[in-house]
Each structure stands twice: as C-alpha cells, then as structure tokens.
Design a protein around this ligand. Structure first.
Ligand code: FAD
Length: 422
C-alpha cells in the first residue's frame, strides 16, 4: 500500500504537482471537472477569434499517459470531509493520505448590482467561446436595418478592469474589429464602434512601472480603445453600464476582468479563509493544523515579505512543484521547506508589435517585448500540435491581417442560452 495523493484541479499548479509526483513512491489521483488543461494566458485570443479553443487546451489523459502512478478522474469536487480524509463529487468519494487543492479562482464582482448576471467573464474555455459568439453576433445584428441607438449599443464593447487581461483583450478586440470585421461588414459604419476599458485606478497595468503604464495607455488610444480612468462601475444591466458619477453607457457587451476571488464552494470546505475567500496557507503551502492538506495556485493566499503573491501561472507552477516536493520530503521523514517565489518577471501584449515586459526589474516595450512575449507563450504552451496551430494562426494574422476563426458555433445552443437570459 502506497500513500495516496489526491490533487484537485489540473490547471497550472495541479498539473505541475502531478508531474513532480510522477514516478515517486505514491499513487496520485488528479481530479478535474474538465478533461483538458486550459492555457489561460491565451484565452482572450479565443474570445477575440484569433485562436481556436482546441489550440489552447490539451487533454489531461494525454499529458499523464507516461506517468504510471498518476490517474485522472473527471469529476467536480463539491465537498471535503477533512476528518475522514475524503473528497466528494456527485459520483465519487475518493480517500486521500495527502490532499493538494488547486482549483484556481473565480471572478470577483465586488457586489456590483447586475454585474454577475449581465457581464461576460474570461476564466474558462466555455466563457471564451461564449464571448466570441456574442461579439460576432453583435456585428450580425448591427448590420441589419436597426435604429441608430440600438446599433450604437450593439457596437459598444465595454471591458471592466485595466489589468493584464483587460488590456490584452481590448487590444485583440480592437485589432479584430478594425481588421477582419471591417472587411466582413462593409454595410456597417465603423464610427459607431467603441471599445472601452473602465478602470477605477488612475492608470492601466498598475503592477508595472510608470514608463510601461504610460506606453500601454498611449498604444491603446492609438488603437482606438477608449480608456476611462478613475471610473467606478455602479450597476450593470443587459444593455447599459452605470457609473458612480451617474453617467450611463449604453452597451450590449460588458466583459468583467476586474477582480478575482475563490469559488464560493471553497468556503464550505472548512479550511481557514483569507481575503476574497482564498484559502490561507503556511509558508510551506500546508494548511495550519492540517499538514496533510496543501493549497496552491490562485486558490491559496500566502504572503511573502508582507506582499500577496501575484495570481500568475509562474507562481502556480512553482507552488505545484514545491507542494509535491514537500510531500516527498515528509515521506522521507525530512523537514518540509517554505515556498520562495522566483520572480522572473511579467509581460503583457497590447497588439501587433506592441507589448510591455518587466524582466529582472528591467523594463522593455515595443517590438522587442512583443517578440519576447510571443516566444515565452509558445514555449509554455503544451503540445506540439497546439504550438504549430498557434504559430500558423498568428502568422496568418500578422501577414494577412486576417483571422480564420469567425464561426458562431454552436449557434442554436448560443441562441437558446440568450433567449433564456432575456
Ligand atoms: C484570461 C486570463 C489570462 C491570464 N493571463 C496570464 C498571463 O498572461 N500570464 C500569467 O502568468 N498568468 C495569467 N493568468 C493567470 C493564470 O492563468 C493563473 O494564475 C493560473 O492559471 C492559476 O493556476 P491554478 O492551477 O491555480 O488554476 P487554474 O489554472 O485556473 O486551474 C484550476 C483547475 O481546477 C479545475 N477546477 C476548478 N474547480 C474544480 C472543482 N470543484 N473540481 C474539480 N476541478 C475543478 C478547473 O477546471 C481548472 O482546470 C491569466 C488568467 C486568465 C483567466
């Protein structure tokens, strides 16, 4: 009988924990509600019709094939009995000796009325596809004979949050609209089209130095993205956004990228929680008083040198490997060690030839940062086919100003969902 490690979530952190435990003297069960791993940093390109969903997803079973001691279970964990050391889904009860929780994060709406019901989110592949369908559908409807106010509403795309996801999506959307869609819809007057970023702070990309923030703002303006700084959303309805200063923006599309919190189900697991419902961990990534349970990635709240670690893929990957190594240490009877994040920098692309990067505290912008961004994302994408397809799509887009992926699919299911919402 070997100890059993159950890992909940096959995102960046869970997958790297499983890989680190491969060929170790443990049996590993990796559980995820999807049978694929999603490369979230490129999700916004699915929503902006730049990449196919399958270009950024990879079947978990294929990844695990070569690891004889790691099994995959497709299930959504909804309950944990910490005393009986068992996790539950609707169909399964799985016992563990060690548990690693790595179920990621959800969107935080800060209690804004109507935001959860009427906004689009960018957290899962399904949400990316839903948003892509909606954007294309807006252009189809706007090309019909409708009144000008309605057309303006259809063609106003509002992105709440000027962080990396909001900025990257706004740039990609502006390029989609003023490139391929302008050619596809000659009947539409593109003066009606508005891409708007709404940001509560006085700049976008707050975690970057001023020189990069200013550059990003300048590039966004040049790409016809309207950035509303120091503006707070008060309410979202199906066809408007209301601001604290009482202004109202008519819009059919609100994409909420502004906040992150834990999935509400995590609160019911009986573990100590921190701000935004995230689960509190010790520096070793273990839960206080439950050292058989570790929490990693976006779901965990660990302060390092009095600052909260960023919710990024490198943090998740490093924590996954570290939590797994700590389990191996325990099995060998040696001391667990605290997690120390090796910060290699951050980067954000704004559009063609345009990105910002902070590497070893050095700031880069423009073409060099953009190339760096392309290389880093290609290297980290899982699977040869995915890399190849992404390179083909990016090259087509770069050379021909064309995007191959403009299908509203599946249309009937999409229309049925819209009908139900309205
Ligand atoms: C749109 C977007 C763009 C981003 N861009 C970047 C970027 O450019 N660079 C960067 O470093 N970071 C980026 N991030 C952040 C980065 O993706 C996350 O920090 C990282 O994915 C966190 O890894 P994780 O393992 O904690 O969670 P995730 O990668 O989110 O994985 C969580 C997994 O758990 C599964 N799951 C959830 N709940 C359950 C359950 N109850 N039962 C079973 N399975 C469950 C999910 O299906 C998922 O597979 C981006 C995030 C988003 C959303």
């Amino acid at each position: 009988m070997r100890p059993r490690v159950v890992i909940a979530g096959a995102g960046f952190s869970g997958l790297w924990a499983a890989k680190t435990l491969a060929n170790q003297p443990v049996d590993v069960i990796l559980v995820d509600r999807n049978n694929y791993h999603t490369f979230l940093p490129l999700l916004y390109q699915v929503a902006a019709a730049e990449l196919e969903p399958e270009d950024i997803a990879y079947p978990v079973r294929s990844i695990l094939r070569r690891f004889k001691n790691v099994r995959f279970v497709l299930a959504e964990i909804n309950r944990i009995d910490l005393d009986k050391r068992t996790v539950f889904s609707d169909e399964y009860a799985i016992t563990y000796d060690y548990l690693i929780l790595a179920t990621g994060s959800s969107t935080q709406f800060f209690g804004t009325p109507g935001a959860a019901e009427n906004s689009f989110q960018l957290k899962t592949l399904e949400q990316g596809i839903t948003l892509r369908n909606h954007i294309l559908q807006c252009f189809e409807l706007a090309s019909r004979n409708i009144d000008d106010d309605k057309r303006q509403q259809m063609l106003t795309f509002t992105i709440v949050g000027g962080g990396p996801t909001g900025v990257e999506f706004a740039g990609a959307l502006a390029e989609l609209i003023h490139g391929p869609l302008r050619k596809d819809y000659p009947a539409i007057d593109f003066d009606y089209v508005k891409v708007v970023i709404v940001e509560a702070a006085n700049s976008v990309l707050l975690s970057f130095p001023k020189i990069l923030r200013d550059y990003a703002l300048d590039r966004l303006y040049r790409m016809k993205v309207n950035v509303m700084l120091e503006t707070i959303v008060d309410k979202v309805t199906p066809d408007t956004v209301h601001f604290k200063d009482k202004n109202i923006l008519p819009t059919q599309t609100v994409v909420w990228t502004a906040g992150i919190c834990a999935d509400p189900v995590a609160k019911t697991w009986g573990l100590p929680t921190a701000r935004n419902g995230l689960l509190m961990v010790l520096p070793t990534l273990e839960v206080q008083g439950r050292d058989e349970v570790s929490v990693i990635g976006d779901l965990s709240s660990m302060e390092e040198a009095r600052r909260q670690l960023p919710m990024t893929a490198p943090v998740a990957v490093q924590q996954g490997a570290h939590a797994a190594k700590n389990i191996i240490r325990k099995l060998r009877g040696t001391q667990t060690t605290p997690f120390v994040y090796k910060d290699r920098g951050a980067m954000v692309t704004i559009g063609r030839n345009t990105a910002v990067a902070l590497v070893s505290k050095r700031a880069f912008k423009g073409f060099f940062a953009w190339i760096l961004w392309l290389i880093v994302h290609l290297i980290n994408l899982i699977g040869f086919r995915n890399r190849l397809m992404v390179v083909i799509n990016w090259t087509m887009d770069y050379l021909l100003f064309e995007r191959a992926i403009r299908l509203i699919l599946p249309l009937r299911a999409f229309q049925a969902r819209k009908k139900k919402q309205t």
